[in-house]
Design a protein around this ligand. Structure first.
Ligand code: NI
Length: 219
């Protein structure tokens, strides 16, 4: 699986984000883009007063921490404090590649967490270029897509309403995407065996999972 769509925030949490962000100061997103991405980036970003993580950041970190699907897909080692971006009509983020290192974190995976309900704005799809073709992604408020930061991607122009998202990047404890994919399948197989109450199968698959992880993990 090249990308994963996950429920991350509850409707109450989304509401708190939208309220808190309505009080934030938004500045030109170009300030935090590097290289060619700077030219492509036309959005607004909530200003960060300090490097400290905010209560909103902590809510996202906690939600990702307890999300088993995220943990078994991403094997997160470090997660950057999110950026909160706002797109008004006419704004977009043209095709770009994310920088390989941000804030001391190697950006293996990118995550976009949607905070606006899809029916409140038009356009604003995240479009990811995979070898198999383009994927257009627009999710319910509170859902996130986690995808390889190695891909070219863009945000389609917003033509109505406001698109608010949180974006962050993840350094994986398992660097190689193909190996992460096998480990992800193995962890799903363990869950299936557990659900079927097949103890010998559960043990054998768990042994495979942990011993393969031991070979490749960079804790
Ligand atoms: Ni990007």
């Amino acid at each position: 699986m090249e990308f994963n769509i996950l429920p991350v925030l509850s409707p109450e949490e989304v509401e708190r984000f939208v309220t808190d962000l309505s009080r934030a100061t938004f500045v030109d997103g170009k300030a935090t883009a590097v290289g060619a991405a700077r030219e492509a980036k036309h959005n607004l970003q909530a200003e960060r007063s300090a490097a400290n993580s905010s209560a909103l950041d902590e809510t996202i970190f906690a939600a990702l921490q307890r999300n088993k699907e995220f943990q078994s897909f991403a094997f997160p080692k470090r997660i950057l404090p999110p950026s909160y971006a706002r797109y008004e009509p006419g704004m977009q983020y043209g095709t770009h590649i994310d920088g390989a290192v941000m804030g001391g974190v190697r950006t293996d995976l990118a995550m976009t967490l949607f905070l606006s309900s899809p029916e409140t704005y038009d356009g604003g799809e995240l479009v990811i270029e995979f070898a198999s073709g383009e994927q257009e992604i627009k999710l319910a408020a509170g859902e996130a897509v986690v995808y390889p930061a190695t891909t070219l991607h863009r945000v389609a122009p917003v033509t109505r309403g406001t698109r608010i998202v949180a974006v962050t990047w993840i350094q994986c404890a398992v660097r190689e995407e193909r190996v992460r994919s096998v480990l992800h399948d193995l962890s799903r197989a363990v869950s299936h065996a557990e659900a079927a109450k097949d103890a010998p199968q559960t043990l054998l698959l768990s042994k495979c999972f942990h011993n393969l992880l031991r070979c490749v993990v960079e804790p």
